[in-house]
Design a protein around this ligand. Structure first.
Ligand code: FES
Length: 76
């Protein structure tokens, strides 16, 4: 089943780290040939900017997410 990763692209989350996180996700997917298993979707601001940067993986919300945490999620 394809994993869906939603990355908040609102300006606050983007500036707080999702720009970097998005790059990292794309690199990881490319390097590991996971493009058929993981799809990345950009989402608009959901007015939870203080919890940013936010990503949602198959419906589970992660707040103040870092590159390291993303790599743990991807490996699991
Ligand atoms: S910018 Fe992500 S919740 Fe507002």
């Amino acid at each position: 089943m394809t994993k869906e990763i939603k990355v908040c692209m609102g300006s606050a989350c983007f500036a707080k780290g999702n720009q970097d996180n998005l790059e990292y996700l794309k690199e990881y997917i490319e390097e590991n040939n996971l493009d058929t298993e993981i799809s990345i979707i950009g989402s608009l601001c959901e007015n939870k900017c203080s919890e940013g940067p936010r990503i949602i993986v198959d419906g589970t919300e992660y707040k103040k997410i870092t590159r390291e945490q993303i790599s743990e999620i991807l490996r699991s």
